[in-house]
Design a protein around this ligand. Structure first.
Ligand SMILES: *Cc1c(COP(=O)(O)O)cnc(C)c1O
Length: 395
């Protein structure tokens, strides 16, 4: 059996996305800025894609700009809000300790440029407390950036309440909604969001494209100078095929969202129940406030990387900590943010189900994770110390 259970890292492209893209490459390959019909046809596809993307999050097409993905959208959202803040003498930004690095590293860069950043704690359940946001907001706060759902532990944040607080205090609110869009209902008006980032390859679209929503009246600064594409906010010839693929994938995943969620939630909960039987293990992140596809555990006495390699031998693609920091020995900042100590954080496993996951696959995952954890513990010196009492158990 081969099971792809790393859908938070990236997804397989949907058939609808591929079908929408092929004609843009084979026939409608014009440059949307060209005046002849071939160019104008590409422009129409681009604008229709923008309308489709806008519709699913309750935005207007003029509020959407296409980017190269979630990272670029995060960078542009935060840099834009910071630039507006600076003009008004406001240089304080609030975010959370477990954001994606696209957010955290942008904030670190801004700190070097004179901004002050407050990172809210996310507590053991991996959820921000709104009362802590209320007390963190200052007169010079120009931006609050809180992710919609966490990419590692899947916890869903109280976005609507956070948005309402920001609105009341006159502070711009950005949300990195890369893990939410296409998976759980997102509506920029209901959620009081001013800026929102999304990425196509997390919901069955192609890699290398995403979008930034910026509410009408919110000023954007451009990260890339050049031509006047994307209303002057993102230079470079538009990737029409990718935009069409993104729109098709998003429309499809949103139209099936409710059914997919109601199928995945019992599978997710079954895997959680099964893995809990492993002694000295813990579920990471709130059990209820989590994405339908996400399971994240820590197992004491093992290394996440070894776990992944053995699971790969069983045909299971999963992830541990953060895939993008491979080569670094630091455990996931997300697991540290929810209070896991280094040793425990190292033994983590993230399984993120795809829309077609089955009950049979869930059982296969449970059986094999149990077996592999036991096997690894069998030759782990740390586990020997833990089980002989030489070292105290943490979990
Ligand atoms: C994947 C991801 C990103 C980055 O998106 P890319 O399109 O890969 O640049 C940003 N934030 C979150 C929460 C993500 O999961």
């Amino acid at each position: 059996m081969r099971i792809y259970a790393d859908n938070a890292a990236t997804t397989k492209m949907s058939r609808a996305a591929i079908d929408a893209m092929l004609p843009c490459m084979e026939e409608q390959y014009g440059n949307p800025s060209s005046l002849y019909a071939l160019g104008q046809r590409a422009k129409e596809i681009l604008e229709k894609s923008r309308e489709e993307v806008a519709a699913v999050i309750g935005a207007s097409p003029r509020e959407i700009i296409f980017t190269s993905g979630g990272s670029e959208a995060d960078n542009q959202a935060i840099r834009s809000a910071a630039a507006s803040g600076r003009k008004q003498g406001k240089t304080h930004i609030i975010s959370t300790a477990f954001e994606h690095h696209a957010v955290l590293h942008t904030l670190e860069a801004l700190e070097r440029e004179g901004f002050t950043v407050t990172l809210l704690p996310v507590h053991e359940n991996g959820v921000v407390r709104t009362e802590e946001l209320v007390s963190a907001i200052r007169d010079d706060t120009c931006l609050v950036s809180v992710m919609y759902a966490n990419n590692e532990i899947g916890t869903i944040q109280p976005i609507r309440e956070i948005g309402a607080i920001c609105r009341e205090r006159g502070v711009l609110f950005h949300t990195d909604a890369v893990q939410a869009v296409g998976h759980i209902p997102v509506d920029v008006d209901r959620d009081n969001v001013d800026l929102l980032s999304a990425s196509a390859h997390k919901f069955g679209g192609p890699k290398g494209i995403g979008f930034l929503y910026a509410r009408k009246g919110v000023r954007l600064t451009s990260l890339i100078e050049g031509g006047a594409q994307e209303r002057g906010k993102r230079a470079g010839t538009e990737n029409v095929a990718a935009a069409a693929g993104m729109a098709a994938a998003l429309t499809e995943s949103c139209s099936q969202m409710a059914q997919t969620a109601s199928r995945l939630i019992p599978l997710r909960d079954r895997i959680i129940e099964g893995l809990r039987e492993i002694p000295h293990s813990v579920l990471n992140g709130d059990e209820q406030l989590r994405l339908p596809s996400n399971v994240n555990f820590c197992f004491e006495g093992i290394e996440g990387e070894s776990l992944l390699l053995l699971l790969d031998d069983k045909g299971i693609c999963a992830s541990s900590g953060s895939a993008c920091t491979s080569g670094s020995l630091d455990p996931s900042h997300v697991l540290l943010a929810i209070g896991r100590v280094h040793d425990v954080a190292h033994g983590s496993l993230r399984l993120t189900l795809g829309p077609d996951a089955t009950a049979e696959e869930a059982e296969y995952i449970i059986r094999n994770v149990k077996e592999v954890v036991e096997r690894l513990r069998g030759f782990s010196p740390v586990w020997r110390d833990l089980s002989s009492g030489k070292r105290p158990h943490i979990l």
